[in-house]
Design a protein around this ligand. Structure first.
Ligand code: FO1
Length: 306
């Protein structure tokens, strides 16, 4: 068994690559979940489900391909502050999930049913059945990550990041079992603060991973210091994490025995090795399905000796 700790957009390519090689357990981030219009929206869980069911809008990296936005347009006309682009097809997922949960199913159970209905080719495990929310502290107050990133276009200066509800939340039994029993554990190249961080912050997860450190391999989500997309740099600097593969290695040093960095960053390998992490260099850019499988195969071969 291969277990992958994943976020959404940044992680789905590698998740798909590995799913072509084995039947992995994908542990999906729940920190960016949000209630909108009475619906429970789980962007990272859905990105993984859609990616594994060949339904993902590849250009955006989220949502359903060929989706339409009539619901959203009508919501705006009706006077609703509809700032989050829920597509018509995507909407069906949120309605189904919310209904299942109102009828007593856990997020884990609802996700399994939806993933099966769509034909996703892996076990998809939300990191927790409890609600946590990644909150961004800005100059003008604290806001949900989606409000910061989507409604405010990621513009406000970031002063801090916290996971609301994390003290009370628990990882699911399925997640802890997957970490305990996997032959290999992969931390996908997602944003360490907003995509992977919430899962690692759940009680007992960092410790469970630390016990498996030799078998844990991570792929840097960064190439160099500046070639970064999304809000990774803003979040990382707010938490005092260096925005480079070295910063990533520092962040994961207690849980990952091995890190894969891009060949272009081989100059950083010595600094990373000094942290006690094994380093391998390869092309980590995934431009298509062949790249996804190539990196997946490469990962299956890596195992730490320290
Ligand atoms: N990202 C945006 O930048 N704008 C949107 O309107 C938007 C809508 C959306 C709807 C469903 C979904 O699953 C994801 C969506 N995302 C949107 C992506 C999402 O905000 C983030 O990229 C992830 O939460 C981070 O992993």
């Amino acid at each position: 068994l291969v277990a992958i700790i994943a976020g959404g957009t940044g992680s789905v390519k590698l998740v798909r690559g590995l799913a072509r090689l084995c039947k992995p357990a994908v542990i999906a981030n729940v920190g960016d979940n949000i209630w909108l219009h009475g619906l429970y929206v789980c962007p990272d869980v859905d990105t993984i489900v859609y990616g594994l069911a060949d339904m993902l809008d590849e250009k955006r990296g989220w949502g359903v391909k060929d989706d339409t936005f009539s619901f959203l347009d009508q919501m705006k006309k009706s006077g609703s502050d509809a700032w989050f682009a829920l597509g018509d097809r995507d909407l069906a997922t949120h309605v189904t999930r919310t209904q299942m949960m109102k009828n007593g199913k856990t997020l884990t159970q609802a996700t399994a049913l939806i993933a099966k209905a769509y034909g996703a080719r892996a076990k998809i495990l939300p990191a927790s059945d409890d609600e946590i929310a990644t909150m961004i502290l800005t100059g003008s107050g604290e806001m949900h990550l989606q409000k910061f990133w989507v409604k405010n276009a990621g513009r406000p200066a970031v002063r801090g990041v916290r996971y609301a509800g994390i003290k009370k939340a628990r990882p699911t039994r399925e997640v802890l079992d997957a970490i305990r029993s996997a032959d290999r554990i992969v931390i996908a190249p997602g944003n360490p603060v907003s995509s992977i961080g919430p899962t690692l912050a759940l009680a007992g997860v960092r410790e469970a991973l630390a016990r498996r450190r030799k078998d844990v391999v991570t792929v840097s989500p960064l190439i160099g210091r500046s070639a970064l997309s999304g809000p990774a740099v803003k979040y990382m600097s707010a938490l005092g994490i260096a925005s480079s593969p070295v910063g990533i290695a520092e962040f994961y040093r207690d849980v990952a025995g091995t890190i894969i960095i891009d060949s272009k960053d081989r100059g950083m390998a010595t600094a990373i090795r000094r942290l006690g992490i094994e380093v391998h260099e390869t092309n980590i850019t995934m431009r298509g399905k062949a790249d996804e499988v190539r990196l997946g195969k490469y990962l299956m071969r890596q195992k730490s000796t320290n």
